[in-house]
Ligand binder design. Structure first.
Ligand code: MF3
Ligand code: CO
Length: 263
């Protein structure tokens, strides 16, 4: 599949899909607390998504049984919501969600602290977020795709973190996963030329320990091989001639982003 360039009309729909997903994440963050099950989060997320007239894009995707991926501590991504899995004080919880609004997808992930967490865990969450912002400095028409990948990978590796290699970011639009694949590690090749109108889900997955991961028996949950903590941060991004436009993070001011990038 070639990389699609979205029309003005399509971009408007993707912006709306992004805006709604941002609300979903903000609501889930407010509700997240110890004692909840991961299924509680999933139910709540699905309810919010549907209340905006959207469809949860993960539900049924390749047979995935939830609307929200809930991945705790050493779980990297794709944790399956369960009535038997409880959120506990001191956990770090990655929430990944996608919505379809009138045929157009958005995809975003956040890692949250539940109550008090260790300094190391706090730093992991912060650096993972910073990796994303470091990467999107290059998300501009005229640059190459792997400028983004390399910037993310370098930022994490320089700080001693493991960068997950078995999963990547991706193009997004009328499908959740479109071309191109977006690695989060340094690439020798340049990758495709970025053009205005491309929409990309950029999603660093970063481990305190090694980069290696395993799949659990459920065939979905990805965990770090060394069981070190892992964090995930993702936004759907529109490439423009001026730079990146974050479709799933609109309320954060440009100033916040700058100070974040300066850190
Ligand atoms: N953000 C994840 C991704 O881009 C979501 C996929 S989970 C699935 O791959 F359940 F939908 F597969
Ligand atoms: Co994604």
């Amino acid at each position: 599949m070639p990389i699609t360039i979205k029309s003005t009309r399509e971009i408007e729909l993707m912006k709306e899909a992004g805006r709604i997903l941002e609300i979903v994440h903000n609501e889930l963050e407010k509700e997240l607390r110890p004692g909840m099950t991961t299924k509680d989060i999933d139910r709540l997320g699905e309810e919010i998504i549907r209340s905006y007239g959207c469809i949860p894009s993960f539900l049924g995707y390749n047979g995935y049984p939830g609307s929200i991926c809930v991945s705790i501590n050493d779980e990297v991504v794709h944790g399956i919501p369960s009535e038997h899995r409880f959120i506990r004080e001191g956990d770090i919880v990655s929430l990944d969600a996608g919505v379809i609004y009138r045929g157009y997808h958005s995809d975003a992930a956040r890692t949250h602290a539940v109550g008090r967490i260790s300094k190391e865990a706090q730093e992991l969450i912060r650096v993972t977020r910073e990796c994303f912002f470091e990467g999107i400095k290059y998300a501009k028409a005229g640059n190459h795709l792997f400028d983004i990948s390399s910037a993310i990978g370098r930022y994490a590796s320089e700080r001693g973190y493991g960068v997950v290699r078995d999963l990547c970011g991706h193009g997004i639009g009328t499908a959740l996963h479109e071309a191109p694949e977006i690695p989060n590690y340094e690439m020798k090749r340049k990758g495709v030329l970025l053009k205005a109108g491309m929409t990309l889900a950029i999603e660093p997955m970063i481990n305190i320990g090694g980069w290696e991961v395993d799949w659990l028996e459920d065939d979905w949950t990805v965990v770090t091989r060394d069981h070190s903590l892992s964090a995930h941060y993702e936004n759907t991004v529109l490439i423009t001639d001026e730079g990146p436009k974050l479709l799933t993070l609109t309320t954060q001011t440009a100033k916040d982003q700058e100070s974040e990038q300066a850190e």
